[in-house]
Design a protein around this ligand. Structure first.
Ligand SMILES: [Zn+2]
Length: 92
């Protein structure tokens, strides 16, 4: 795949075109963040705020069948997409 994978928006979701999986994916992503670390007097940090400055999805791989180039974006059920994990095309 030439283009980097896209993140679904509020009206869409991922679907594996090979096996039909709608819910389980391995996502590899690079995220650049700025965090507000709040340390207590003992020196233990807690992250109070986290702002994502940039994010790149490197790959979306189907957890079921391992397909890395067959994951497509489809509409969510409320917007006309599939509600069940039906079979995909089973192709290569
Ligand atoms: Zn799959």
């Amino acid at each position: 795949m030439a283009d980097s994978p896209q993140i679904p928006d509020e009206q869409s979701r991922w679907r594996c075109a090979h096996c039909g999986n709608l819910t389980r994916f391995d996502i590899t992503r690079t995220t650049r963040v700025r965090e507000f670390w709040h340390l207590d007097m003992a020196g233990e940090p807690a992250i109070d705020e986290r702002e994502v400055l940039a994010e790149t999805i490197e790959s979306v791989v189907c957890r079921w069948c391992g397909a890395g180039d067959r994951v497509e974006i489809v509409a969510r059920p409320a917007f006309g997409g599939p509600a069940d994990e039906g079979p995909g095309d089973g192709g290569p």
